[in-house]
Design a protein around this ligand. Structure first.
Ligand code: SAH
Length: 226
């Protein structure tokens, strides 16, 4: 019903079906966590990109979101959420508080918001925070808190986090972020510069296990704010 009130409802009506096809593709690509698939099925990805790109929103591709940044392809958003939830076996853990670094257009934060009690999402580009904050309010995504700042230092005031998801690549794991993980929590990030690998760090007490997974391609994590 809400979608029919939306001026962009025309595409909204067909997008439920298109989203269904995206979910089937994610299953074929190996996403197993049903909660992640349900979250991906319920967030209207086309409303997070500029209207000119709406028709391409459900393709398995990264899309420009302005300011030289990109929204990740659906597979990598689902994959990172699955890893954050320990959900590779088909069902994962519910998440309390999650830190995302790299809010961008807010799509990944909204997906994580379906899987967590609260998502704090940091973004270094002020104009992007402003635009995305308005969008999240309009779409009534109430448990995502956009914050303007350099995510490399994390968000100590909100720590500890059950999961930290970094949506931009960096050559090493930022150590301050590991300190902000809850016991049993996981940090998921693309590690590297030109060649990047998806990395998962899991905290057990004061020790950490590291897993290096598949190759990925992200925009770089940059220091400071803009
Ligand atoms: N999750 C986003 C993807 C955005 S791309 C989405 O769904 O749209 C990565 C984002 O990380 C960019 O918006 C970029 O500005 C931001 N970023 C890069 N370095 C950062 C830093 N140090 N702190 C916070 N955000 C950063």
């Amino acid at each position: 019903m809400a979608e029919t009130l939306n001026p962009r409802a025309g595409i909204g009506m067909t997008s439920a079906r298109t989203r269904g096809r995206m979910i089937e593709r994610l299953r074929e690509q190996g996403i197993k966590d049903e909660m992640v698939l349900a979250a991906m099925g319920s967030v209207p990805r086309h409303l997070y990109v500029d209207q000119a790109l709406e028709s391409r929103a459900y393709e398995d591709t990264a899309l420009p979101i302005g300011f030289g940044q990109t929204i990740s392809n659906p597979y990598i958003v689902a994959r990172m959420a699955e890893l954050a939830r320990h959900g590779e076996n088909g069902h994962g853990h519910e998440l309390g508080r999650v830190l995302e670094i790299g809010l961008g257009c807010g799509y990944q934060a909204a997906v994580l918001g379906k899987l967590a009690r609260e998502v704090v999402s940091m973004e270094r580009i002020a104009a992007l925070v402003g635009k995305t904050r308005v969008r999240l309010r309009e779409l009534r995504v109430n448990n995502v808190k956009p914050k303007h700042g350099d995510g490399m230092t994390g968000a100590r005031d909100f720590a500890p986090f059950d999961a930290i998801v970094i949506a931009a690549a960096f050559a090493e794991v930022p150590h301050v972020l590991l300190e902000q993980l809850a016991d049993g929590g996981r940090l998921v990030m693309p590690l590297g510069n030109a060649t990047q690998t998806l990395c998962v760090m899991e905290r057990q007490g004061e020790s950490f296990t590291e897993r290096m997974l598949e190759g990925v391609k992200f925009v770089p994590l940059l220091p400071g704010v803009a």
